[in-house]
Design a protein around this ligand. Sequence first.
Ligand code: 5GP
Length: 124
Amino acid sequence: MYDDNNIFAKILRDEIPNKTVLEDSSVLAFDDINPQAPVHSLVIPKNKYVSLNDFAEKATDTEIANLVRATVKVAYEKGVKDNGYRLIVNIGPNSHQEVPHLHFHILGGRKLGPMLAKKHRELE
Ligand code: 5GP
């Protein structure tokens, strides 16, 4: 079930301000409020999808293509397209997804190191 009170739903309704990087008919991209790298933007579909699972099931092919293309456009706009960047999509509880509206994290602007911490004591 989609929660209309999640923080990104509020951003989409302009109830909370955001630093927009790109907007088109089906996608909004904005900077993360708590950046984990010099570049950390979020790309979200405007329609209501809880996660990538939900999106794959219900979105139109056009929405899916738009989200992917917008993501690369944001990487270009933020200056990280050619040097490399990381895309993270958290899906569900094991991934630590905090906001239940699909979002792609774009991280870059420095060497990001290994994909996952080798050992994370807090999670053991
Ligand atoms: P998740 O853990 O769900 O994959 O990532 C949620 C992301 O949303 C986090 O990186 C967090 O910093 C970001 N975030 C949470 N609240 C806000 C907000 O009000 N504005 C913006 N721009 N980002 C937010």
